[in-house]
Ligand binder design. Sequence first.
Ligand code: GLN
Length: 444
Amino acid sequence: MHLNAFLEVYETEALERALLLDSNRNSGKKTGKLHGVIVGLKDIICHKNHITSAGSRILENFRSVYNATVVDKLLEEDAIIIGRQNCDEFAMGSSNENSAYGSVLNAADNTRVPGGSSGGSAVSVQANLCMISLGSDTGGSVRQPADFCGIVGLKPTYGRISRYGLIAYASSFDQIGIFAKTIADAALILEVISGADEYDSTVIESDFEYKTDRETSFKKPYRIGYFPATFDHPSLDKEIAAKQKEFISNLSENEIEVLSIDFDLLDYIVPAYYILTTAEAASNLSRYDGLKYGASVQATMLDEQINLTRSNFFGKEVKRRIMLGTFVLSEGYYDAYITQAQKIRNILLEKVKAVFDQVDAIIFPVSPSTAFKLGEKNSDPVEMFLADIYTVFANLTGIPAISIPLFKHSNGMPYGVQLMAFHLNELTLLALSEKLIAINTAVE
Ligand code: GLN
């Protein structure tokens, strides 16, 4: 079955690199931390001399002239880059159906979506086409597809990983994330790709160190908070809600203190997210004008050339978001939308600070449902937006979050839970994730 996960596989190049790495090792050279690890890149991370199309026709033939910082860091540690992976156009979507290059199929059930926007990256790890994938997570695009495919999906703290060379969607939300089969793999990759970078001024200059004694490095008991409002939300599948609640109620028997926390802002977060991200997208995507690079329709007048290029080469969802973003930024509407959404973002940040005074982590669902059928949600963009209810919180506040595969639904599809920690507390996040996996394995 062709899953359409990769847009391009660098067969010859990957084999040549593997031979080179072998001969380096045989000749006694020190091996890198990722010696021979096969990594796939979402088609939105620039890779020198390779096409990076962002799942769009407008960049169909665009060859990057430089490497994203993460690519350099992977290569320095001897990884092998195997190809570029299908995704929603400019990372806008939750099902991978907005890619200009066709849908990706979920390997657990080919009639279902892989999630999005990093769908190809998730399926590649799910189907063992590579060991690790890098995706981007602006509002859930690593965590939700990881959940739909039954693998680990980590979105680190905003600023933990350089965004240099990540094609921008919404710059104050975008963060590169990691798909892996295990928490330990995700931790090692995070150590390699995070850290200071002179090309991205938003990067936090604090190193993440991979530790093998993640579990033991914490004082017990762990404290995990949950917002009942998230598990009681009417959009959440009943079977998922029941299972997650049962799991949470059993945590207290396992050195974990569970705290219920009031949260009455749930219905504000998706609107705030879509107002702010579309505004940033409208600005970021203005660079695709058919003049400097990318596809172009020639015309005698400048505005006509820009119009025709964008009309012809942007897909429907991207156009919708540029229009939405332009609208909310327009004079007369700015205060009603942007200012209000920014207020919500600030209130959420205050809430997060208060919550993490009380707990080490919070537990959330990842998505209201398991992977849905291809085409099922295509006709209603608002329904698709609303399904981001559990993931956009971490991007609005910049905190690290992870989706952990734990359960199987009666429909046969995998799902799990999401954990979030305070800024830069990835170590807590990873330690607790391992703990939750162990607890679940013990009861299975
Ligand atoms: N589904 C969300 C959106 O369409 C998230 C996308 C992302 O994280 N790149 O905006």
